[in-house]
Design a protein. Sequence first.
Length: 213
Amino acid sequence: MDYQPQPDMWPLRRGDTLSNHDWFPFYTHRFLSSRFLAAAVMEKRRGDIGTAVILWSESMRQDPAGTLPDCDVELASLARFATVEDWQAVKAGVMHGWVPVLVEDDRSGDVITRLGHPGFMQGIVEEMHKRKRGRDGAREAARLAVRKSRIRKKMADLNIQDHIIKDDRAVGMLAEHFEHSDLYVTPDNLRAAMTEVLGYTGEVAHFPNRRGG
């Protein structure tokens, strides 16, 4: 029996998407010197080039980014073909470089097989997703700072002791509580959160019942 190598794991997981991006970097030197382009031109299959670009672009909108489904019906639709038969007639040339890859789903623990392009799309989506995580982290840090500022202002309005307002750990715990509860930072909600999260009664300087303390 012939040995069949195990597909590689795709670096992005289910949920790692870039569908809100309307661009991706195009490595022109790599493309112009590729075997795919040379073969398409020499074999008079120039139409394959346009179809390949369509699928590269569509892969950026997939989950995870940079992959394609391993299904001719879906591929024919993504490549804008009217029939599966028309798609299958050009598939071998268009799909140059695409190979089965394993995709992990953190939520379910399942691993599924999709198609990935290690020589072209993988490096692109890895770099773009790294930048996206950085931007998302910066936005979350900004949202947290705003939330903590609101909590401190409400605490001041309620005449909470100054040392509590300046306690960044306590305020951070309250901010996390409001993040996950979807509650507004109102005086009543803040009093309830201080009691639940910090064990605050208004009569003590420290919080012996603080979670994780």
